[in-house]
Design a binder for this molecule. Sequence first.
Ligand code: ADP
Ligand code: MG
Ligand code: ZN
Length: 493
Amino acid sequence: MSSSVSALARPEAITRYEPVIGLEVHVQLATATKIFCSCPTSFGAPPNTNVCPVCLGLPGALPVLSRDAVELAIQGSVALNCSVRPQSRFARKNYFYPDLPKGYQISMYDEPLAEHGWVDIVVDGVAKRIGVTRVHMEDDAGKSVHEGFRDSERYSYVDLNRCGTPLIEIVSEPDMRSSDEAYAYLAEVKQALQFIGVSTCDMEKGHLRCDANVSVRLKGAEKLGTRAEIKNLNSFRFLKEAIEYEIARQVALVESGGRVIQETRLYDPDAGETVGMRSKEHAHDYRYFPEPDLLPLCVDEAWLNRLTAAMPELPARKRARFISDYGLREYDADVLTAARPISEFFETVASVSGDPKTAANWVMGDLMGLLKSEGKEITESPVSAERLGELVGLLSKGEISGKLAKDIFAKMAATGQPAASIIEKEGLKQISDTGALETIAADVIANNAKQVEQYKGGKTTVLNFLVGQVMKATRGQANVGVVTELLKQKLGS
Ligand code: ADP
Ligand code: MG
Ligand code: ZN
């Protein structure tokens, strides 16, 4: 078939078309137990051990909806600026697959949990709002594991541990126009949900999976082209690669007089291609109907308000606040809100030190450097946020020099001691006391007659040399500002 061996369009052909992309994102909710039973959701248990009659779909077993799952789903919806519907309804989506023992998935259909949201992205400095059509809850299926290559040695196994794991599906509007926008959208969704603890969004464990719907149309055309859906993209890189391949494939197809068929495709990362899996024209009729074993889900205003109030600040707001309240640069605010533990670490350093800008520099520079070299996460930092805050405070009050602060930081990391005790023990306190510096400055002037002459003759840059001499004599512990003033005074300028 033509769909498997496909030519790609040249870049100049592609530029005449506009890609249209919509994403469906499945996110595993961070509950301890499954959505309709109390089996654990823990990852990596021996196959088929985290199961019970409910998630195995045995006859007569009845689902009981998990409050935790609903609450996380509601908070995720709010984070994506969706309106949570006062009433939503679970529906059966019927199909047969070996990893689906019930013979149906419990999902939502025409009465989803939430709708009409949005996510703001920035690509190449341009801000754009991407619509979120809906968020609905559903249960996950099990996992099929395939083994062996030759027909005589091929085995398939079914592991039902994942059956009944709570998911939300987030469906976007077809608002994205490039793989970069799709990437930015997914990154923003992931960051928001991780920030508020709705999901770990660990892609390696399949906690975040993405289907990309892609179509192309001639630039300026109104009507959307026919889309192909690329299933189960489990990394950001694959998302980008698959979309780019798919755009080039579709443009080539249309340019050569063919037509895109609505179908489900898979991305093969080794070949760097998408491959047709099944045509939507032969798609199942899922025969959705309201789930008879569950009542409609009602979310009253009081509950919704309580859950919204309990949510931590979202990353987008935090970013804006770091810029407006702390005067951070946009780039710094981005780095410091990349994950919640980083933002919390930074805010503690900022408040303990009283100097947010210096705090930002230290967290992004010395601290991240240290963590990188030790291969540690910020939550495992050998220097706590409070301790770093104390150090930054001493530095910004001028009690220690920048160079000294770096030395002390290294010692803090190695010993776990607070800055104050290292300073105390090693006698490292910066000398700002003019009395003590006076004698040293006088010595330096007496011992460097030539430079003093040059300075008095108008070559003022020599002052730096003299300041350097005082710093050397005090092993870097003198306050540079005080020394400079003192020398100027003594040299009579
Ligand atoms: P389905 O249930 O068949 O997957 P949906 O209506 O839920 O269909 O749409 C799935 C996704 O496809 C949505 O994210 C939507 O934005 C996107 N989409 C719809 N039409 C197009 C199109 N012509 N081109 C690209 N994406 C599209
Ligand atoms: Mg779909
Ligand atoms: Zn169970």
